[in-house]
Design a protein around this ligand. Structure first.
Ligand code: DAH
Length: 340
């Protein structure tokens, strides 16, 4: 019996099947109901009691060895038959991942911020839900100013002191509250106005506000800064002109036009034949605004400017309809991939 066990153990150890079928055949032959191991166990019954312990242990070891060997080959065959995982199969056709891209409004906002960052401006932000003081009164809006009218401003019904900011000039006020001059901030943000939506107006849009306050800041400083911005944004050939205007928070105030980059100033349908495109409002910070925010207007002066991001993007990239920015049609958005 001992010999039979040894012989079977040798066969098990040498067993190396070429196929899953051969493996199964071997398993049945050794471990199956009518297999060789069971035959040995049958024989074991009549073994003399003094040999039972030793032979019993050997048969158990044989059974373990056979099971392990069979399992080892079963795993190998299963692994070979399983399809290679997609990560591991280098021959599979690649599936292209579609990359997103920045929205044109973000692209242009970043361009504006970067240009002023080069002039030493840092970014300041403020809340979209504001109060009357930050949007209007601290900016020298008289109580009866039409911008406070229900038609322009979204007020909170239960508390008309709370409203959605109509311009990013509110961040000027927040900055002056936080910081003593010198102040040099650029303030991007989303603004809200109760406007009918059309190709040139939307109730939600984006602005960038700038504020510079220090000792001896002049109108000439403002003009030079804005000219630098226009050339960086629209190209070295760009020139600007300023037209007198009115804003409650600046005195004097001006409207800035840039030479039309599409026709080079000759006149086309975008600039409506004038050769000029309006890009922002600006002016010297009104002494009333400085005083309302705790800055001595005899010691300090400053300038401010504000522009619409959608408008700058329209002029720079020839976008004709403002609504395109909000529809998020990828055929439109992908055209700005290279502007990143
Ligand atoms: N806040 C103005 C607007 O919403 C834009 C503006 C004009 C901002 C002149 C300024 C400025 O800071 O000086 O139309």
């Amino acid at each position: 019996m001992n010999n039979k066990i040894n012989e079977l153990l040798r066969r098990v150890e040498e067993f190396a099947p070429q196929s899953a079928a051969a493996l199964e055949e071997f398993r049945v032959k050794i471990l199956g109901k009518k297999g060789e191991l069971n035959a040995l166990l049958e024989e074991f019954r009549s073994v003399a009691p003094e040999h039972k312990r030793e032979l019993g242990q050997k048969i158990n070891a044989l059974k373990t060895a056979a099971t392990e060997r069979i399992n080892l080959f079963r795993e190998r065959f299963e692994a070979a038959a399983a399809p290679a995982s997609s990560a591991g199969d280098m021959t599979r056709t690649g599936c292209a991942e579609e990359l997103g891209s920045r929205h044109p409004i973000s692209v242009v906002r970043n361009q504006i911020v970067d240009i002023f960052a080069r002039l030493g401006y840092t970014v300041a932000e403020g809340p979209e839900i504001e109060d009357d003081r930050h949007v209007f009164s601290a900016l020298n809006f008289p109580p009866e100013h039409p911008a406070r009218d229900m038609q322009d401003t979204f007020f909170i019904e239960k508390n008309p002191d709370i409203l959605l900011r109509t311009h990013t000039s509110s961040i000027q006020v927040r900055t002056m509250e936080r910081q003593k001059p010198p102040i040099r901030v650029i303030c991007p943000g989303r603004v809200f106005r109760n406007e009918a939506i059309s190709y040139r107006a939307h109730c939600i849009f984006h602005q960038v506000e700038g504020l510079y306050i220090d000792k001896g800041v002049s109108f000439a400083d403002m003009k030079q800064s804005i000219l630098y911005f226009a050339k960086e944004m629209f190209g070295e050939q760009a020139v600007i002109r300023m037209r007198p205007s009115y804003f409650p928070f600046t005195e004097p105030s001006a409207e800035v036009d840039v030479s039309c980059n599409l026709c080079g100033g000759k006149g086309c349908n975008v600039c409506k034949g004038t050769g000029w495109l309006e890009i922002m409002g600006c002016g010297m910070v009104d002494p009333n605004v400085l005083e309302a925010n705790g800055i001595d207007h005899k010691e300090y002066s400053g300038f401010a400017f504000g522009m619409g991001v959608e408008r700058i993007a329209m002029l720079k990239y020839g976008v004709k309809d403002l609504r395109l920015y909000f529809e998020n049609d990828v055929r439109f958005l992908h055209q700005f991939d290279s502007a990143l």
